[in-house]
Unconditional design. Structure first.
Length: 391
């Protein structure tokens, strides 16, 4: 604390210096004492710079689609037990660094010992959740066209397995009460993030009469009402995941664009993370907010191997509190990914691989070409001009 001191010495005050000296009859009186006056003022300097505003980084990713070759790779990596960790290891630094990392669990999960099934009605090894949690994911969405592949029993088992793995979830439910309760996760700085997830349909399967609550079907008014309830329950940020669009299409449909505009016009929806198309689609800034129309596949190994299936984009959005409990995206990024299918199935963080001196020249050329394609897809609706940073 700074201090400023004023000292004033007043010698020969009026009583002594003027009054007494002017009176000759009292000239023999001793001089009046000098009065010293000290005035001390305590000055509090302006405090240091105001505290930095709170921020939240949210990272998403595309479909976790466990085909038979993927679980066979995990079995080989685990030497007889299912270990999906090596498959996801490359992207772990990105997901662990986020305040909230969200996966899209497209397939229902089987009991630990199976039986397992691939396309068209999936039932995947639940051991994949151990790897996802270990890689840094905090939650998974479960609304997809495969949500009810294994009926309500498979849906319930999937959510039970997610609970056991310590992963939050939204998009399907075991009870009406669970369906009505918004998923809200509190960050270390006190910010509260809600997640919602919906799918366009369930591959022709229908939810039982009176049990439509078990899996979320896309309906804009329903979504807006759920987002409003989440904000009313204290959420600062609402992240909406949508399973939508047309497979193997790098563009976007009119329906996607219309829904994105309707949803992002609401003060209750802050960002949209899209998936389903098995191909990367553009990102777009709408009403100052962002939509990732499709993030591609995070991991898969389809029967027919295409570049589309192997390419992905992990969005990373930084939200900043610009006023009390008012948040906006102040930084939008995309991390391109790729799936190596030989000699081992591995998810590749492309920016990290391209900057690593240990990446072989042949793979570097493949990775560079994939990165360029993905960057091109992301930019077709003006995202780069609007501020998207493609890593």
């Amino acid at each position: 604390m700074g201090r400023r001191v004023l000292a004033a010495g007043l010698a020969g005050l009026l009583v002594g210096a003027l009054g007494l000296s002017a009176c000759g009859a009292h000239g023999d009186n001793p001089a009046a004492p000098t009065l010293h006056v000290t005035v001390t003022r305590t000055v509090t300097p302006s405090s240091t710079a105001p505290p930095r505003p709170r921020t939240v980084t949210i990272t998403g990713s595309g479909d976790v689609l466990i085909h038979p070759p993927v679980w066979e790779q995990a079995l080989a990596d685990g030497h007889g037990r299912y270990d999906f960790g090596p498959i996801f290891a490359s992207i772990a630094p990105t997901t662990r660094a986020a305040d909230l990392a969200i996966c899209e669990m497209e397939t229902p999960l089987a009991p630990p010992n199976g039986p397992f099934q691939g396309y068209p009605t999936f039932s995947a090894p639940p051991q994949v959740l151990t790897a996802l949690k270990g890689a840094g994911y905090d939650s998974c969405t479960t609304a997809s066209n495969h949500t009810i592949d294994q009926g309500f029993a498979g849906l319930k088992r999937t959510l039970d397995e997610l609970d056991a793995a310590g992963l939050k979830h939204t998009g399907s439910a075991r009870t009406p009460a669970e369906a009505a309760r918004p998923l809200i996760i509190t960050m270390s700085n006190g910010a509260r993030v809600a997640q919602l997830a919906y799918s366009f349909g369930f591959n022709g399967l229908t939810r039982p009469a009176g049990q439509q609550w078990e899996a979320n079907l896309t309906d804009v008014p329903t979504i807006l009402a759920a987002a409003h309830r989440a904000k009313a329950a204290g959420a600062d940020i609402v992240v909406l995941s949508l399973h939508w669009g047309i497979e193997y299409n790098h563009g976007v449909t009119d329906e996607q664009v219309q829904q994105a505009h309707e949803l992002l016009a609401s003060p209750d929806v802050d960002v949209i993370l899209g998936d389903h198309a098995h191909s990367v689609e553009p990102f777009e800034r709408i009403n100052g907010k962002w939509v990732a129309y499709c993030m591609g596949d995070q991991i898969s190994r389809h029967e027919v191997i295409r570049n589309d299936d192997r390419e992905g984009a992990m969005p990373r959005f930084t939200f900043t509190e610009v006023a009390p409990h008012k948040w906006k995206i102040t930084r939008a990024e995309a991390i391109p990914t790729w799936v190596d299918v030989a000699p081992k199935i591995r998810l590749i963080d492309l920016p990290a691989a391209l900057t690593s001196p240990s990446t072989p020249a042949a793979l570097r050329a493949t990775y560079q070409a994939a990165h360029q394609r993905i960057a091109g897809y992301l930019a077709t609706r003006g995202a780069v001009q609007a501020g998207l940073i493609v890593r």
